[in-house]
Design a protein around this ligand. Structure first.
Ligand code: MTE
Ligand code: HPA
Ligand code: MOS
Length: 768
């Protein structure tokens, strides 16, 4: 089934926050945010702004009726700066005006005097100063300290991955509307309606039942709206509470990029030990996570880094330690993969470095150490399906030896163009790492004309979850898709939602939907059975017809619905699902945190221009474990989008903060994301249908985040291409591998290249 949003999307009729009709009297909000990364506020001068045309009011922390606190995991984040500013972009005041333009014009008239304090941007510096968000955590299997003696090769090194701007197409925003008796309705572009409701409740001091949060869809979230949509919702709700008027804030792109956190940059140290047979015997890794100025989701992100520290490999002795370091950057946050990619990059770097030292291809080490059924992860869970299966199928299906041979031949024939090939196996755990969050709910109503409306806690953000929910209703009831409407996500219909995140949205909300539909259907079957004087077990529904022991009866879906109603039997149900069997004990850092794992292996081939440093991704060919995909086109979209986003992070997206903590890459002119010219020339997906039991909805495994990590293969493909140009080179494990970095890695210490001989080579080389 195609995405149910495709019709309105292509006609430009889909409704996003900014498309909601604005009520008369709506005030427009705009933030005055700190121009300084760390300092003490000496004086805030609002007079000129207050007198600015159209300005109705300016809010600061003094106007807050609840508490000035929006921290989710840890209460360490002020909504408005009170006496200190902790990052450039921290909200200090909110201007409310009659128009958007007037609000922004007034913001420019606000003056602030800040006494500067020391600015920390480097997580290692923060760690050395003891500036940690939470105490460090260590995951451990076996005894790595003792195991070094059993290693024939030991390699040490460091790795660095940069941040990443979410660049959802729809910027952050919220719109608050006052109702009767102090109730506030909030439209928010959020992945977490309940997180918004809680944050607004804290800031306004209003109980949660006075706050209705409604979300139709997002123009992308990618983790950036899991927690960070709260700020704007809290600001407009506060404005409504104080003025009694509707208030709206839809961020401009530069405001959004400047004021919001990004993927966490990580700086890490590793040590890896192998035996003669290339088995990894021991691995030690220390992660320094750049959390930014407050906790946000950093402790949870750090935890997932530890869970994925060994990626797809079985390592009998591994110790992984992580520090979440407080710096003066905007609080970094969830981003597709949620710390997993950062952890995986380091183990892949360790393997690549070991391969460098041994003079072999990294794939030899990768292949020898893949997880097998029964192997234990460093957090105690056992592997139930094989990483080997995807790897072997990729090798076979895409004829890896031929691919490698083609690369070798190309490299023999070309001096200034080199190809590189890299394998990237991925193993990603599905479930929120915080066990409590693994619950979902759905409310299903069947109307007397046989049509159905379903509401869940799922947020549609482009990933196609609403289509999957609709499919669950359709196949559970056995009715036509046209009879089903997926409603907006609303905290008055579905309470206490987990954010749509962790790739688990379709599983949690889809299962809850299935439970609700099954309960209604069971009651309807009971009614039919009474009518026909048979047992309910002999009744079934298929394509809107009612069957008795496989034989069609005169009853159909619609008449049975009416009959059920006439018998005064409920046609509504609220379904609740909680993932069974998962647990985790933080005191020993062991347990069974994930419902299941998603596996895959990608083979990436790249070509670099060794004269200019530019490159192309020739192809990404992968085998991905879908369990059994319930919607192949939607899942293909997730794979393609994830890969391109991962490649962007690894190759071209360069978040640059200067020493003063000011974001230099603050616009699309200074921050390059993949465009149609930089996507791989070819992405080939081979669907692996695995047979093992899994807890996925309809056995269709979660697909949202895992593909992003295939993008890591591009970094190592580029690195291998550089080494194919000059086998003596050892490019550092520092991402992103921008064209500038490729060039500098090709010619370390050589600033210029002879142009004359190069010109000759270019004519002989293929176009790139
Ligand atoms: N795909 C689109 N088009 N837009 C998004 O914002 N977010 C990603 C992924 N794919 C995202 C997306 C992230 S970070 C997650 S966790 C999952 O979708 C969330 O949705 P799911 O749980 O339904 O997979
Ligand atoms: N993944 C994504 N988001 C989350 C998680 C997680 O594991 N835990 C809390 N928020
Ligand atoms: Mo996704 S980072 O879990 O929103």
């Amino acid at each position: 089934m195609k995405n149910i949003d495709s019709y309105t999307h292509t006609r430009g009729e889909s409704i996003y926050l900014d498309d909601i009709p604005v009520q008369a009297g709506t005030l427009y909000a705009a933030c005055f945010d700190s121009p300084v990364a760390h300092g003490k506020i000496k004086h805030l001068d609002l007079r000129a702004a207050e007198n600015s045309y159209g300005v109705v009011r300016i809010l600061t922390y003094k106007d807050i009726r609840g508490i000035n606190q929006i921290g989710g995991i840890i209460p360490d984040e002020e909504l408005f700066a009170e006496h200190h500013v902790h990052f450039c972009g921290m909200p200090v005041a909110l201007v409310l005006a009659e128009t958007d333009h007037q609000a922004r014009a007034a913001v420019k008239k606000i003056k602030i005097e800040i006494e500067p304090l020391t600015v920390i941007t480097d997580p290692r510096v923060a760690a050395a100063l003891g500036e940690l968000i939470v105490p460090p955590r260590t995951f451990k299997i076996g005894d790595s300290t003792a195991a070094w003696d059993n290693c024939d090769h030991i390699v040490e090194g460091s790795a660095y991955t940069n941040g990443q701007e979410h660049l959802y197409i729809e910027t952050q925003g919220a719109y608050a509307i006052p109702g009767e008796n102090g109730v506030i309705k909030i439209y928010s572009s959020t992945q977490g309606p309940t997180a918004v409701q809680r944050a607004v409740s804290k800031v306004t001091g209003l109980p949660m039942h006075m706050l209705e949060v409604d979300v139709t869809r997002l123009g992308g979230g990618f983790g950036g709206k899991e927690d960070q949509a709260n700020t704007w919702a809290a600001l407009v709700a506060l404005a409504t509470q104080i003025t009694g008027k509707p208030a709206k804030y839809s961020l401009g792109r530069m405001e959004d990029i400047r004021m919001t956190g990004k993927r966490h940059p990580y700086s890490s140290d590793f040590k890896i030990g192998l035996n003669k047979d290339l088995k990894i015997i021991a691995y030690e890794v220390t992660f320094y996570q750049n959390a930014g100025a407050s906790a946000d989701l950093s402790p949870a992100v750090m935890e997932r880094t530890l869970f994925h520290a060994t990626n797809s490999y079985f390592i009998p002795n591994a110790t992984a330690t992580a520090y979440s370091c407080r710096t003066n950057l905007p609080p970094n946050t969830a981003f597709r993969g949620f710390g997993g990619p950062q952890g995986m990059f380091v183990i892949e770097s360790a393997i690549a470095k070991a391969a460098d030292e041994l003079g072999i291809d990294p794939m030899e080490i990768q292949q020898k150490n893949l997880l097998k059924t029964g192997d234990e992860f460093l957090y105690g869970q056992k592997v139930v399906s094989e990483a080997n299966e995807c790897w072997n199928k990729a090798v076979e299906h895409f004829n890896a030896s031929k691919l490698r041979q083609e690369v070798a031949e190309f490299n023999m024939q070309n001096r200034l163009y080199k190809k590189g090939i890299a394998f990237m196996p991925v193993c990603f755990g599905i479930s929120f790492t915080n066990t409590m969050m693994n619950q979902g709910r759905a409310l299903v109503h069947v109307y007397t004309d046989g049509s159905v409306v379903v509401s869940t806690g799922a947020i549609e953000m482009g990933q196609g979850v609403n289509t999957k929910i609709l499919q669950v209703v359709q196949s559970t009831f056995g009715i036509d898709a046209a009879k089903i409407k997926v409603n907006s996500t609303n905290t008055y219909r579905i309470a206490n939602t987990s954010p749509s995140a962790a790739s688990a949205t379709a599983d949690l909300n889809g299962k809850a939907t299935q439970i609700a539909c099954t309960a209604i259907l069971d009651r309807m079957k009971e009614v039919a059975a009474n009518e026909l004087n048979v047992t309910a077990g002999s009744i079934s529904v298929c394509e809107e017809a009612i069957y008795l022991n496989g034989d069609r009866t005169t009853m159909d879906w619609k008449s049975l619905v009416l009959l059920t109603y006439s018998k005064r039997v409920s046609l509504s149900e609220h379904g609740h699902y909680a993932t069974p069997g998962i647990h985790f004990d933080k005191t020993i850092e062991k347990g069974h945190p994930f419902a299941y794992h998603v596996f895959g292996t990608a083979i990436t081939t790249v070509t670099i221009d060794c004269l200019r440093g530019i490159y192309e991704v020739d192809s990404v060919k992968l085998v991905h474990d879908f369990g059994g995909s319930m919607n192949k086109v939607i899942d293909l979209g997730q794979i393609e989008g994830g890969i391109v986003q991962g490649i962007g992070w690894m190759t071209m997206e360069e978040v640059v903060y200067d020493q003063e903590g000011r974001l230099r890459s603050n616009a699309l002119s200074t921050y390059k994301v993949p465009d149609i010219y930089s996507v791989p020339k070819e992405i080939v997906v081979e669907y692996l249908e695995t047979q093992q039991d899994n807890l996925a909805i309809f056995r269709s495994k979660a697909v949202g985040e895992p593909p992003l990590m295939y993008g890591i293969g591009t970094f190592f493909g580029l690195r291998n291409a550089i080494k194919n140009f000059n086998p003596g080179l050892r490019p550092p494990f520092a991402a992103p591998m921008t064209p500038e970095r490729v060039l500098m890695n090709l010619y370390p210490g050589k600033p210029t290249v002879e142009t004359t001989s190069a010109t000759l080579e270019i004519t002989a080389a293929p176009s790139i």
